[in-house]
Unconditional design. Structure first.
Lengths: 255, 330
């Protein structure tokens, strides 16, 4: 009888983590932690650190709305600070990233990998569902320390770009067991070189769930370069479909 | 015996499963935690969020800049430089403004201009040429309904997706004011708008824009460095003929939003002069933007202006049999 209990107990313990979710379901659940299901806006403050000292700061307002057809977010980004960049806007319509500069009154297409400030690319501040663009593989379970120096038991996932619109070719992703909180990510170039290390931090209640309120991006090539992102002033907002037309960019105004 | 063997095997199986259970326990990723040491102490805690800027700050932009240029010329040349030679030195202090005011009821007023104080070795001092104002834009805009705007005044209307030269940019001719640099970005920024009436409607599936720029003066000769007026809007550079532009884009499918343009100039009213089509296409290899032009004298040209895109090497220029313009046929 003792033997049977041992077998059953062992089976239960071993089977629980294995049958929980598929890698894609884990990624999708982590997406839901980062992004609410309805249109919203946030004011993102990006601070660049060089050799440990803050050197520059930008502020952007990001409007995000999920496309029900592709399950990917469309984004409008409006620069607020510094004054030299105020009024510039960017539109990510799932496939193309258009950048509008009121000085030139022209909108041109740019790459999501283009540098925004510090180590943050424009693609890093966009709201994206990783499950829509990447195919994941579960590498195993790991206990890692998060940005607040707390131990987190995580799924360690390997994400490969599954669509041509994926911003990075490969992402290593750590998602906490149970809560599905994203803890850490590593982003790789097409050649396989590690580009950036990202830690999510500051989990708190916002937009109806516990979500990260910030992130730290470490340059994997030059580790003296670090950029922090603070997500603030999050609120649900109805975003008209016409806003996602390129010709609307010159008409977008602060609210 | 058989039962004894079975029990023994099951016991061993249980031990194996317990061992597997122990193996399945999450490992401690010491290497991964080393990455945390790369975060400097100053960035350990979230930085205080900057105070959100007032909504008006995005529509008011004014800056002061001073530019000094010195131009030495080589001498003893077999073929001398053609006149006029550039100034050997020049200093320009300018105030660049781009402001928008909300007048209420969907009405806004926009001003964009550059006030210059100039001094140069070939510009007499004091004279009116020491002071110049480039009136880039001054227009009033009314939004009578969601997605619809009516603009009236001097407007910089640009078409095309390239950073530099855009063949579909119908209002560019003579519009660039004295450039301080040949940087294409500056050339795009520092140009005069055109006096026009513009109506635009943007809806979820596309947009349509109609613009009419009237002829208000006669064409003039090209200005030189020393005969630029001080406070003249120089409409002779931008409104010396009647022009009409109609352009529209339609989001046919995700990633396929062609834009069509029709431009008619009064100097060629006897025949349709230019028709442009900008195709924004997407395929697995990459992305390309191609303006197609119908020039009635020279046939069809297909020009790729997006050759820098990775994975896409569309370089075609084909010519159809020339079609005589109606004016030549009559």
């Amino acid at each position: 009888m003792t033997m049977v209990r041992t077998v059953v107990l062992a089976l239960v313990v071993v089977a629980v983590p294995a049958c929980a979710q598929t890698p894609q379901e884990i990624i999708g659940a982590a997406d839901k932690v980062r992004n609410p299901g309805q249109p919203f806006r946030s004011t993102n403050t990006l601070t660049e650190y060089v050799s440990g000292k803050p050197t520059d700061q930008d502020q952007l307002v990001v409007y995000a709305k999920e496309d029900p057809a592709t399950h990917q977010f469309r984004n409008l980004v409006r620069y607020v600070e510094p004054p030299r960049d105020a009024g510039k806007t960017a539109l990510f319509d799932n496939r193309n990233l258009w950048f509008y500069d009121p000085s030139s009154k022209a909108s041109v297409r740019i790459s999501p990998q283009q540098r925004l400030i510090g180590q943050a690319a424009i693609g890093d501040v966009l709201t994206v569902n990783l499950a829509a663009d990447y195919a994941g593989t579960l590498l195993g379970d790991e206990t890692i320390t998060d940005a607040e120096r707390q131990q987190r038991t995580c799924w360690h996932l390997d994400l490969k770009a599954a669509t041509s619109t994926a911003i990075y070719n490969r992402v290593e992703y750590w998602v906490e067991h149970g809560s599905f909180h994203p803890v850490k990510a590593k982003f790789y170039s097409d050649s396989g070189r590690l580009l950036k290390i990202l830690y999510y931090r500051g989990y708190r209640e916002q937009l109806g769930a516990v979500r990260p309120s910030g992130a730290v991006i470490i340059d994997a090539v030059d580790s003296s370069l670090v950029t922090t992102i603070q997500f603030g002033d999050l609120r649900f907002q109805d975003i008209p479909e016409a806003w996602f037309q390129r010709d609307y960019l010159p008409r977008l105004r602060a609210e | 015996m058989i039962a004894g063997l079975t029990a023994s095997a099951a016991l061993k199986a249980g031990e194996v499963l317990v061992a597997l259970m122990l193996l399945a326990t999450p490992t401690f990723a010491a290497d991964e935690n080393n990455d945390l040491n790369l975060i400097p102490p100053a960035a350990q805690q979230p930085a205080p969020a900057a105070v959100p800027a007032s909504p008006g700050s995005a529509t008011q932009r004014n800056y002061l800049e001073d530019a000094i240029s010195v131009t030495p010329l080589r001498d003893s040349l077999a073929v001398p430089f053609p006149p006029p030679t550039p100034a050997s030195w020049e200093d320009r202090l300018f105030l660049d403004s781009r402001d928008e005011w909300n007048l209420g009821d969907g009405v806004t007023l926009t001003y964009s201009g550059r006030f210059n104080l100039r001094a140069a070795n070939d510009v007499p001092f004091p004279s009116h040429e020491n002071v110049r104002n480039d009136l880039r834009e001054a227009f009033i805009s009314w939004q009578p309904a969601d997605g619809t705007w009516i603009d009236l005044g001097r407007i910089n209307l640009k078409s095309g997706v390239a950073v530099g030269y855009n063949p579909t940019d119908f209002f560019r001719t003579r519009a660039v004011v004295e450039p301080l640099t040949a940087d294409p970005t500056v050339l795009r920024e520092d140009r005069l708008g055109t006096l026009m009436l513009l109506v635009q409607h943007v809806w979820p599936g596309g947009s349509i824009t109609a613009a009419y720029a009237p002829k208000v003066t006669q064409p003039t000769a090209i200005y030189t460095n020393i005969d630029l007026p001080s406070f003249d809007p120089m409409l002779d550079r931008t409104n010396a003929e009647h022009r009409f532009l109609l352009k529209g884009s339609l989001a046919i499918a995700n990633g396929f939003t062609p834009e069509c343009l029709v431009g008619i100039f009064s100097s060629h009213l006897n025949h349709l002069r230019q028709v442009g089509v900008v195709l924004v296409l997407w395929n697995r290899a990459g992305f390309f933007v191609s303006p197609l032009f119908r020039k009635w004298q020279h046939g069809l040209q297909l020009i790729d202006i997006n050759q820098k895109d990775p994975g896409q090497t569309l370089n075609c220029c084909c010519t159809t049999p020339a079609t005589a313009p109606r004016s030549a046929a009559t």
